[in-house]
Design a binder for this molecule. Structure first.
Ligand code: TYM
Length: 329
């Protein structure tokens, strides 16, 4: 029986952090045997906000190396760079022409990002969800494993697929989000009411990067915001402690009851020590693999070339089909 196809993407902006890993990449790695997998470093999405071209290029390759270090296996998964397959932007245009402005203006990520950068709100940022829909629909993907923040974009991609199929004939698979129960929304360590995000790099204790040293991890966890209650429980109302327990749970894979029992007689000091240890041990193999892979640029380019070739085959066929259905010559 053919396996269902999974597609997901990650932007090469800032440093990949614990939220990206626990909310998305770890799940990509762990479910590689169950699906036909296509993973993409979405550099064309990155330019919806101003970027330094030299740094963007470097970060794109660095992120590809990091995904391999996390355990993306090129024998099981296709890994490629978005800008190498032109059909992403071509299909995005077709989809832009059938997406109501009202739907795009409801996107919370557009509202957040435009508020953070009020001086540089470009049309690309507004149209970003159509590029994301194109990424997903181009590969006729069944499932899209993401963190909770991307759910709204995937719902839009579903609406777009349904609209296209209705108006031009059955073409696209209507995709479904795959969102894990634990880790789908890792919060900032400094402010656990806000999602951990790459764009908060100006706040040194906000996020743990996958290349942080053990010392840096200990320091950041020690400074993580908690509360004055002193009780260690999975209580969503107490966002700081809940976030630390969630991070711990993602690494140790025990259920909530046994984790609460483990800490029932402990204080926040012990909790923070164990959370830091779990992160350090969980990320150790990744950091070690990354430091080797980053030196093997030829190997990296070979994998990305192969990934782009196999992605191209599917992209060419789907785009030609969609274009013809819309009557474009
Ligand atoms: P990006 O690059 O912001 O994030 C990559 C993945 O990490 C997840 N994520 C989180 N999960 C849990 N807690 C957090 N604090 C956290 N922050 C980020 C995101 O949900 C995502 O799964 N638009 C996408 C990239 C994209 C894409 C696609 C994804 C472009 N085309 C097609 C899926 C399919 C984005 O900016 O992700």
């Amino acid at each position: 029986m053919e396996k269902a196809r999974v597609f997901s993407g990650i932007q090469p902006t800032g440093n990949i952090h614990l939220g990206n890993y626990l909310g998305a990449v770890k799940n990509w790695v762990e479910s590689q045997d169950s699906y036909e997998n296509i993973f993409c470093v979405v550099n064309s999405h990155a330019i919806t906000l101003p970027q330094n071209p030299k740094i963007l290029k470097e970060k794109t390759y660095d992120l590809c190396a990091m995904l391999l270090a996390c355990g993306i296996d090129p024998k099981k998964s296709t890994l490629f760079i978005q800008s190498q397959i032109q059909e992403h932007t071509s299909l995005a245009w077709l989809l832009t022409c059938i997406t109501p402005m009202g739907d795009l203006s409801r996107m919370t990520q557009f509202k957040d990002k435009s508020q953070k950068n009020p001086k540089s709100i470009f049309a690309g940022l507004f149209n970003y969800p159509n590029l994301m829909s194109a990424d997903i629909l181009l590969y006729k993907s069944h499932f899209v494993p993401v963190g909770e923040d991307q759910k709204q974009h995937i719902e839009l991609a579903r609406d777009t697929a349904i609209r296209f199929n209705r108006d031009f004939g059955e073409t696209f698979v209507v995709p479904e989000p795959l969102i894990m129960k634990e880790g789908a929304r890792i919060m900032g360590l400094d402010d656990p009411t806000k999602k951990m995000s790459k764009s908060s790099s100006d706040k040194p204790n906000h996020a743990i990067s996958l290349i942080d040293t053990p010392d840096e991890i200990v320091k950041k966890i020690k400074k993580a915001t908690t509360d004055s209650e002193g009780v260690i429980a999975f209580d969503k109302e107490r966002a700081g402690v809940f976030n630390l327990l969630t991070i711990y749970q993602c690494f140790c894979k025990q259920d909530e009851v046994s984790i609460e029992a483990e800490f029932s007689t402990q204080g926040y000091g012990v909790l923070k020590e164990r959370v830091a240890e779990a992160i350090i041990e969980g990320l150790r193999p990744i950091r070690e693999a990354y430091s080797k892979l980053i030196l093997e640029q030829d190997y990296l380019h070979k994998i990305l070339d192969k990934g782009a070739q196999s992605a191209q085959k599917i992209a060419t066929t789907t785009y030609a089909e969609a274009k013809a259905k819309m009557g474009l010559i």
